[in-house]
Design a protein around this ligand. Structure first.
Ligand code: UTP
Length: 305
């Protein structure tokens, strides 16, 4: 199948959807009474990084698909009068409390009453998004790079339109953790795809190109998701919706020039903390010294074992 190319430039991507309704079971007990998306990497919650990335890509409206127990996310993006007052009366800097606040009305929240999967979470945004392309960001895929990942995607989207997903090569042994593309053609960092399969076993995977948590979607996805049956894990899979649209709108993967940290996974989350700390002028030297000590001790311990 040849790539469908858009004849007229697509509408701009102004809105972003943040699905934050999942249960975060892999992080229990940490996520028993706080949202996974509020776990901090260094000193900023995961969702804060995702919002910053969307802002840097020109997003103007931010739509959160929440669930029970997720109120801390809305609070994080609101004024905290009490804390502000406490800090001011003690002569402390309040800058950390304000820089990320949205303009009034720029953020909205709707509840996914049951966590029925990513496809269902995205579908919950249909009335808020309307008939225009939109981005989806999964906060637990934390991206490091400049220009930011979604910015790279928005730039590529202007040429290809349709549905655009962020992809990276994954080890074949891990294909069952990802939506995997069936590749038609590769041009530079853009891949046109003739299929997508949700979490295939390694021997059945059509490639090792896995979809990661950044998407730009055509609004027809809402009509398609309406009809998608529950798939893998009894959930409504976004992958099944994307698959049903192939041939109707262009479908591409973009290999972004960014490093991904899978913060939905414990090891990825721990490494992300080290990596982001090492980027910071105020932390780099001390963190490097302490990590080096730790690694030296660990290698002594294991070489003696
Ligand atoms: P995950 O697949 O990582 O699921 O969701 P999860 O429930 O958050 O975590 P585990 O696997 O139980 O540890 C990826 C993203 O999609 C959102 C999650 O909040 C997360 O940001 N999501 C997932 C929803 O919003 N609703 C769902 O029904 C499922």
């Amino acid at each position: 199948m040849t790539s469908l190319v858009v004849a007229v430039p697509p509408k701009p991507v102004r809105k972003a959807v943040f699905p934050v309704g999942g249960l975060g079971t892999r992080f229990l007990p940490a996520t028993k009474s706080q949202p996974k998306e509020m776990l901090p990497v260094v000193d900023k919650p995961l969702i804060h990084y995702a919002v910053d990335e969307a802002r840097a890509a020109g997003i103007e409206q931010f739509i959160f698909i929440t669930g029970r127990g997720k109120a801390a996310i809305a609070d994080h993006f609101d004024i905290s009068y009490e804390l502000q007052h406490q800090l001011s009366t003690r002569g402390k800097d309040v800058a950390a409390l304000a820089g990320h606040l949205p303009d009034p009305g720029q953020f909205c929240f709707t509840r996914q009453q049951e966590p029925l999967g990513l496809g269902h979470a995205v579908w919950c945004a249909r009335h808020l998004v309307g008939d225009e392309p939109f981005a989806v960001l999964l906060a637990d895929d934390l991206m490091m790079g400049d220009p930011p990942c979604l910015r790279q995607m928005v730039d590529a989207y202007r040429t290809v339109g349709g549905n655009l997903v962020c992809v990276e090569d994954v080890p074949r042994a891990y294909t069952s953790r990802y939506g995997i593309l069936d590749i038609d053609k590769e041009t530079g960092n853009l891949v046109s795809a003739k299929g997508i399969v949700e979490k295939p076993q390694p021997e059945k995977a059509p490639s090792t190109l896995g979809v990661i948590g950044r998407y730009i979607l055509h609004p027809d996805i809402f009509r398609v998701l309406e009809k998608v049956e529950r798939g893998a894990g009894g959930e409504i899979q976004l992958t099944d919706g994307l698959s049903a649209m192939i041939g109707k709108v262009p479908f591409h993967g973009l290999r972004c020039d960014s490093r991904r940290f899978d913060c939905g996974d414990k090891a990825g989350f721990v490494v992300a903390n080290a990596a982001f700390a090492l980027q910071r002028d105020d932390l780099r030297d001390e963190v490097r010294r302490q990590l080096q000590d730790l690694l030296d001790d660990a290698s002594e311990q294991f070489s003696g074992a």
